[in-house]
Design a protein around this ligand. Structure first.
Ligand code: URA
Length: 178
């Protein structure tokens, strides 16, 4: 099922409507697989693409608090933090970071730095994605070896624009239709 949904997402001819349907379904399946250490769950979607996972995760973690991190790429594909609204967190909270695409890992690293500086324990952080590049996963593992990473596919690598190959293009553009 996850494989079929990923194929729909990867297909460049998939319409926005069908892309959203496949993404929502995949997010639902991923969410039901997540086991947390604590009932105190904090969901952190990384704007903008992470918003696409939020609704499905809220169906599973109905009492979760939600914090937001906004990271965009500059012209050199470097991550730049432009928005931050995180709830107070404590060591024992289960934190779930939502980002469908983990390419360079830059957005995740910024988010992890913020969270650990404000008291989260890496052992209680799960990063959830749909497609990842080995480069991004390696960078995250080097900096934060204790976090749990749940992705549905690991692709070949990054192109010179730091997009995942084969990937699915720009997730946010395809999900939000612009
Ligand atoms: N963001 C995306 O949406 N896709 C990529 O391949 C890389 C970053």
């Amino acid at each position: 099922m996850k494989k079929t949904l990923l194929s729909i997402l990867r297909d460049r001819s998939t319409s926005t409507v069908n892309f959203r349907k496949a993404s929502d379904k995949l997010a639902e399946l991923i969410a039901t697989d997540i086991k947390t250490h604590s009932d105190e769950v904090v969901l952190i979607p990384i704007l903008r693409a992470g918003i696409a996972l939020l609704y499905s995760f809220l169906q599973c973690f109905q009492s979760a608090r939600v914090g937001f991190i906004g990271v965009q790429r500059d012209r050199k594909a470097q991550p730049v933090l432009y928005y931050e609204n995180l709830p107070a967190v404590c060591k024992t909270d289960s934190i779930i970071i939502l980002d469908p695409i983990i390419a360079t890992g830059g957005s995740t690293l910024i988010t992890l730095e913020k969270l650990t500086k404000s008291g989260s324990s890496p052992e209680n952080i799960t990063l959830v994605g749909m497609i990842a590049a080995p480069e991004g996963l390696e960078a995250i593992k080097q900096a934060f070896p204790a976090i749990e990473v749940k992705v549905s596919a690991i692709d070949k690598g990054l192109d010179d624009r730091k997009y995942i190959v084969p990937g699915l293009g720009d997730f946010g553009d395809r999900y939000f239709g612009c």
